[in-house]
Design a protein around this ligand. Structure first.
Ligand code: NAD
Length: 402
């Protein structure tokens, strides 16, 4: 993928380190029994939540951030006391090999295993009974995993994809918006689940945004992004060909160049894209940004609400009321106002989808809780039998206090 060094450090290494530090600093607190409120009849007893591990958990990862999306859940799974089977993506071969050969040297072999497997072997793997499955990948495969899990009544977390909208209101600093949107869209050559998938804005804003995006792209990657060390490549030929078909949407306002041998697609902006165009039918997962023109914020919100619920909604405006309106009147896994991607850097925020974009959440304490069975416990004393007699037969209305 030729992921630029900085993007690798940022998305693969730093986010894992954040998760590790957060977990190491707080684990002794998170894993403690949690004492809870009691009723009159249990006042003298112990009522608490015990943090039990589930048992054996399966973590299946995708190819786009092949280290982070395995290690972050792994940290929480181990912290919560589980044994772990890790299944990296077979698409990013080098990372798969690194995981399969490297991880076992650092982990207890009795409690963990890395399985290098393609679709066929993963299908068989899923026939086993696990105590928890944590899956990151496409919504289509998420359905397959959930169906397999249902046969064993295994609980799941599904971190899936979707089409993240980005509303840009008429009142904003256009150049700042352009930089923040371009960074989020073209990071990892657009192969990021939380990348803004399309911009919704007025026709006037589109006219201002196009030169600003062009300026931002040139600032970031120079006049020829193919020569930039800071712009990645498409993961494989199949993905490259899929993305090429999406370019036939609206009009190419910026970029549009492709080089199949190099699996290069230039940072591309498509203007005047229609909801019926190919780029609006599926998650893009590549360096292509369609702009769909809407009349106003209400129309943008209606547009967002008429589609599957996304992993994140982005809204840009110098008027906080506008950002809050978009937050209030839409539903999505997460939300980020006036920036892109940055919400993922906070381990204090839950990360996850809703509806088609996923089920469950993780990051920081949420990862620990995901892999923890919260066992409700009541430990009573042996005495005070006279009090207990109230609930034993023979029953009477008097015992109910009626
Ligand atoms: P994918 O669903 O094709 O593959 C994910 C994993 O599932 C891989 O390990 C793969 O080997 C396995 N797999 C594939 N087909 C399978 C089958 N039939 N049965 C069992 N296992 C199977 O996804 P991908 O192409 O690797 O990743 C891209 C997708 O992941 C995008 O949709 C993206 O939005 C999503 N994603 C989501 C998040 C998130 O946190 N929500 C993060 C990254 C990527």
């Amino acid at each position: 993928m030729r992921k630029p060094f900085f993007e690798c450090e940022f998305s693969e290494i730093l986010l894992c380190k954040n998760e590790l530090h957060e977990t190491l600093n707080n684990l002794s607190h998170w894993m403690k029994d949690e004492h809870v409120d009691k009723s009159l009849v249990t006042r003298l007893d112990l009522a608490f939540i015990r943090k039990d591990p589930y048992g054996v958990v399966l973590i299946i990862g995708p190819w786009n951030c092949p280290i982070h999306l395995l290690l972050v859940p792994l940290i929480g799974a181990i912290a919560a006391g589980n044994c772990v089977i890790i299944k990296p993506s077979e698409i990013t071969k080098n990372s798969e090999r690194l995981m399969a050969e490297g991880l076992p040297s650092y982990l207890d072999k009795d409690c963990s295993a890395v399985v290098a497997a393609g679709v066929e072997e993963t299908t068989r793997l899923l026939e086993n009974k696990f105590d928890y499955i944590f899956f990151t990948g496409s919504s289509a495969v998420g359905r397959i995993v959930m169906t397999a899990a249902a046969k064993q009544l295994t609980p799941v977390t599904l971190e899936l994809g979707g089409k993240n909208p980005c509303y840009v209101s008429d009142s904003c600093d256009v150049q700042n918006v352009a930089r923040r949107v371009a960074w989020g869209r073209f990071f990892n050559a657009g192969q990021i689940c939380i990348a803004p998938n399309y911009v919704l804005c007025s026709a006037e804003m589109q006219e201002k945004l196009l030169p600003a995006l062009h300026k931002a792209i040139t600032e970031f990657y120079g006049p020829n992004p193919q020569e930039s060390p800071d712009f990645g490549r498409i993961v494989g030929d199949r993905q490259f060909q899929r993305l090429q078909t999406l370019l036939r949407s609206g009009r190419v306002a910026i970029g549009g160049q492709t080089d199949e041998k190099d699996r290069y697609i230039a940072p591309t902006v498509l203007a005047d894209v229609l909801p019926s165009d190919p780029a609006m039918q599926e998650e893009i997962f590549g360096p292509i940004l369609p702009i769909v023109v809407v009349a106003n914020m209400d129309e943008a919100i209606d547009f967002i609400n008429s589609r599957e619920r996304p992993l994140v909604v982005y809204a840009f405006s110098s008027d906080d009321k506008v950002v809050n309106q978009v937050l209030e009147r839409t539903s999505s896994g997460g939300f980020c106002g006036n920036d892109t991607l940055m919400h993922v850097t906070l381990t204090s925020l839950p990360f996850g989808g809703i509806g088609n974009s996923g089920l469950g959440m993780h990051h920081g304490k949420f990862t620990f809780d995901t892999f923890t069975h919260h066992r409700g416990c009541l430990h009573r004393g042996m005495g005070r039998e006279a009090l207990h007699a109230l609930r034993y037969p023979p029953y009477s209305q008097q015992k109910l206090g009626i």
